[in-house]
Design a binder for this molecule. Structure first.
Ligand code: ZN
Length: 48
């Protein structure tokens, strides 16, 4: 399963199988809202 690292707290945030660039995900640890940015084969996250 794909995941990104939360830029706020460093926790791993799991992504759904159909995640796409621009999606907003919520960090389960700190509650930050993160926007997915395509990065190679996967994603990185920026604070939304
Ligand atoms: Zn976080």
């Amino acid at each position: 399963m794909k995941s990104v690292i939360c830029p706020v707290c460093g926790a791993k945030v799991m992504l759904s199988f159909n995640a796409k660039e621009g999606d907003i995900v919520t960090c389960q640890k700190c509650g930050a809202r993160l926007r997915l940015i395509a990065d190679g084969n996967g994603f990185r996250a920026a604070v939304a």
